[in-house]
Write a protein that binds this ligand. Structure first.
Ligand SMILES: Nc1nc2c(ncn2[C@@H]2O[C@H](COP(=O)(O)OP(=O)(O)OP(=O)(O)O)[C@@H](O)[C@H]2O)c(=O)[nH]1
Length: 277
């Protein structure tokens, strides 16, 4: 059931945007991952749209809050380098494997395990790499993650790879030293090769906290897109709209399960329809 379904079932019956209905709808929206401020603005704007049915009005207002930026992965001539960042456990390593699987048909993919703090994270990526049949570049435990990224660029160039996906260590977004380190990894890579994308992985089940994470990561490093994971475990997903509205960072991919093929491009039309169905 979509987050707006209760509201819509009500206004479909009355077919009028009575104030009590809207107040109730706003309260319902506040209880979702959209956040109070955005919920209020959406209701205010919907109230002003007179020429359409309530459902159409809501649909167009919701759509207008989505980012207009491109949602496809930016593919560059030569090597396309993608850093995958985010807090612990959001699904970064799994997402790197899913991206590798998705883009392998378009050219050789190399993976880099730049999480040098956790041996298990490196092993996890190596396991995925073996399964997909791809090279995984890693460094010694506790070595500089930027140097792993640098080595991975060299290796990718030697192999004439088309894609390099870099897994980074999970970090608490309120630890400034860890956040600064991300900027360093990016700068080191950019000395030799452009970074095409920095994809921030957000766990959809964390709700409004996802918006806070996105804000802080966006300040530390130029986040170019979001991968929203675990949407299969969240009936809400309103956080996608909250992030796009608040930060104008497009959701590029959506994770809907733990297996390698559970990654799809974000479809804004289907998303809005899903919210209000
Ligand atoms: N249901 C579901 N589970 C997912 C999805 N993506 C990842 N997971 C699971 O989430 C857990 C954490 O995933 P990881 O890829 O290890 O997350 P991480 O961000 O690399 O974790 P750290 O290395 O600890 O920072 C694993 O059990 C994954 O299988 C998804 O889209 N849906």
């Amino acid at each position: 059931m979509g987050i707006f379904s209760k509201f819509l079932s009500k206004i479909k019956v009355s077919d009028l945007l009575h104030k009590p209905d809207l107040d109730e709808a706003e309260n319902e929206l506040i209880a979702t991952d959209l956040g109070a401020d955005l919920a209020r603005r959406i209701i205010e704007e919907t109230r002003k749209v007179k020429s359409q049915t309530p459902e159409e009005a809501l649909q167009s207002v919701l759509s207008s809050h989505l980012s207009k930026k491109p949602r496809q992965l930016l593919i560059q001539p030569g090597l396309t380098t993608v850093m995958v960042v985010g807090v612990n456990g959001t699904g970064k390593t799994t997402t790197v494997a899913k991206l590798a699987q998705k883009f392998s048909p378009q050219g050789l993919v190399v993976l880099a395990a730049a999480d040098t703090f956790r041996a298990a994270a490196v092993e996890q990526l190596q396991t995925w790499g073996k399964r997909i049949g791809l090279e995984v570049i890693s460094g010694k435990e506790n070595s500089d993650p930027a140097s792993v990224a640098f080595d991975a660029i060299e290796k990718s160039r030697n192999l004439s790879a088309s894609f390099l996906f870099i897994d980074t260590a999970g970090r608490l977004h309120n630890k400034s030293d860890l956040m600064n380190e991300l900027g360093k990894i990016k700068r080191v890579i950019e000395k030799v090769s452009p970074v095409s994308e920095v994809l921030l992985v957000i766990d959809a089940t964390t709700g409004q906290n996802g918006l806070q994470q996105a804000k802080i990561f966006a300040e530390a490093v130029n986040v170019t897109g979001i991968v929203l994971t675990k949407l299969d475990g969240s009936s809400r997903g309103g956080i996608a709209l909250a992030i796009e509205d608040g930060l104008d960072i497009p959701i590029k991919f959506v994770g809907k399960g733990e297996s390698i093929d559970d990654l799809t491009e974000f479809d804004p039309i289907a998303y809005i329809k899903g919210l209000i169905s």
